[in-house]
Design a protein. Structure first.
Length: 134
């Protein structure tokens, strides 16, 4: 079961901590449910397009060709949360426009979906309580 631990980054007072098996089960549940709705069965591997659709179905906007270089040369994806709309996921144009980096693109899409799914409630609580600068 997820437990709350002290957040040392300063963004939150506490953050969720999942044991790996728990995180694996939740991700398998999400992907399995998504693929059964789409195809009537779990058909792996999940495609890059399906990862994008998964993000959008979570009420997040996705821009998969953004210049993120202002945040550092190693930033390939970013998720921003807002108080009055769904999260915004941005993917580096370097990933989207380089077919040789397809696997890295898929990894980044999955990672950003993780932020959308697992962190959304933290931001919602922070926005709701007005504790933006805790």
């Amino acid at each position: 079961m997820v437990k709350m631990v002290r957040d040392t980054t300063g963004r939150f007072s506490e953050r969720p901590h999942y044991v790996p098996d728990e995180l694996d089960r939740e991700c398998e549940r999400i992907v399995g449910s998504f693929l059964r709705k789409r195809h009537g069965k779990v058909r792996l591997p999940i495609t890059t397009d399906e990862l994008s659709i998964l993000i959008e179905q979570a009420d997040a906007s996705l821009d998969s060709s953004v210049d993120l270089s202002m945040y550092g040369q190693d930033v390939e994806g970013m998720t921003v949360f807002y108080p009055d709309q769904g999260p915004e996921v941005s993917i580096s144009e370097r990933l989207a426009n380089d077919p040789r980096r397809e696997n890295r693109l898929r990894t980044t899409l999955a990672h950003e979906y993780g932020h959308v799914h697992f962190h959304r409630y933290l931001w919602a609580e922070k926005f709701m309580t007005g504790r933006l600068f805790d």
